[in-house]
Design a protein around this ligand. Structure first.
Ligand code: ADP
Ligand code: MG
Length: 390
């Protein structure tokens, strides 16, 4: 049954429209966003699809086909961060978007929403951003707010940061809102300027495989805040507002200065990762911009360098992610890296289309031999960002 038909079954009338917003995977640029650097995500073909209708009585009803819970019924004027719907519970994501829009001065008089999503949850593929962005797009049209994709993305991020209480950067929402088919999205996290970089994998005879390890190690819980604080300390010692301001050509000098200053050695590693990963984003863009088949393939080793940096300098990888990268590269992949926050979640693997099956098989059997849960492997086809479907 379509999401629109499910809406009609549930609420007893037809929705005003149906919208879709994708999950994302980050090609390169990790832990660079809060350093005001560069990231380069692409939208997945997996989407959250929402059927929505406007209400005028201040009531907000929310339902997900994927969650075994009754319709959540709230009042828009009672939404407050860290209330019942600001602390966990899936409804906090769409409710948070309504709150963020209202908090920014927009008039939202209520809505009925029903959604279903094909974005795997908790795999580092931003099922949460898909949920927020699809809600924001629907309400933007239904209430004729006239907000742009980037504006909606920033409001969706605010919903997640302040209402749900998750300290994420803006990459996920920007990717879900602004990505386009056949491209990766170059996002400058300083001024939120974006550029569509050609990344038409199938035309190049390539595939980017996502390998969802299906693990999430608890170690990850405090690691983000700790890395973030370390980066801030590094910037302070170097006398810059953010690590974005350390040029790659000056990296060796900067690391020497940090060592002399007596900061913890981990701060030196974090700075080395962030500044070199920003540089890797620029290298990848330069190669993709030429569109030459040999250049597009040459991003493979840069992805693998990125993984080494995340493993050894930032230290956010885990045995499962390292096994994906090592096995993929040993069985013919062009390059591979973990992607997202680390300590589990997913890796990306760049392969010749002709080698995709062989590489997938190698990874699956390596996991079996190691006694790990079988990973989920699928191709990341660079797909459109949020849009109306009906
Ligand atoms: P990620 O964004 O990496 O997938 P998060 O922990 O940020 O992981 O977000 C996952 C949460 O988003 C889920 O626990 C759930 O609350 C919400 N969510 C995602 N997809 C759906 C869905 N289809 N229906 C209801 N809630 C969802
Ligand atoms: Mg998320």
């Amino acid at each position: 049954m379509s999401v629109a038909a499910q809406f009609s079954d549930l609420y007893g009338y037809e929705p005003a429209g149906v919208w879709a917003a994708p999950g994302r995977v980050n090609l390169i640029g990790e832990y660079t966003d809060f350093n005001e650097g560069f990231v380069m995500p692409l939208a997945l073909p997996h989407t959250a699809v929402a059927a929505v209708a406007r209400r005028t009585d201040g009531v907000l009803r929310l339902h997900s086909a994927d969650i075994d819970a009754p319709v959540a019924e709230l009042r828009v004027d009672e939404l407050t961060p860290l209330s019942k719907y600001g602390q966990g519970g899936w409804a906090a994501y769409p409710a948070g978007v309504v709150w963020a829009l209202r908090d920014a001065g927009h008039t939202i008089t209520g809505a009925d929403l029903h959604l279903a999503s094909t974005v795997p949850t908790g795999a580092g593929l931003s099922s949460s951003a898909a949920l927020e962005v699809v809600t924001a797009y629907a309400l933007n049209e239904l209430f004729e707010l006239g907000l742009s994709g980037p504006e909606l993305a920033v409001l969706a991020q605010r919903a997640e940061n302040v209402f749900v209480g998750v300290p994420c950067g803006v990459m996920d929402q920007m990717a879900s809102a602004c990505a386009t088919e056949g491209h990766a999205l170059h996002l400058d996290c300083r001024d939120l300027s974006i550029r569509q970089v050609p990344f038409d994998l199938s035309a190049q005879g390539l595939q980017l495989l996502v390998v969802d390890t299906r693990v999430k190690h608890e170690l990850g819980d405090g690691a983000y805040a700790e890395r973030r604080a370390g980066c801030e300390e590094g910037a302070r010692v170097l006398g810059v507002s953010h690590l974005r301001d350390v040029a790659y050509a000056e990296l060796a000098d900067a690391l020497g200065k940090l060592e002399e200053s007596g900061v913890d050695e981990k701060v030196v590693r974090y700075v080395r990762h962030v500044v070199s990963d920003d540089h890797r984003v620029e290298q990848v863009i330069d190669l993709l911009d030429t569109g030459r088949s040999s250049d597009v393939r040459a991003i493979g080793p840069i992805l693998t360098e990125g993984h080494t940096s995340l493993r050894d300098d930032l230290r956010i990888s885990c045995p499962e992610l390292d096994l994906v990268v090592a096995t993929a590269n040993a069985s013919g992949a062009l390059g591979a890296r973990m992607t997202g926050g680390g300590f589990g979640g997913s890796a990306v693997v760049l392969v010749e289309s002709a080698d995709a099956d062989a590489v997938t098989k190698s990874v699956l059997s390596a996991f079996q031999e190691a006694g790990y849960t079988a990973p989920r492997v699928f191709p990341a086809v660079p797909s459109p960002g949020a849009h109306r479907v009906a």
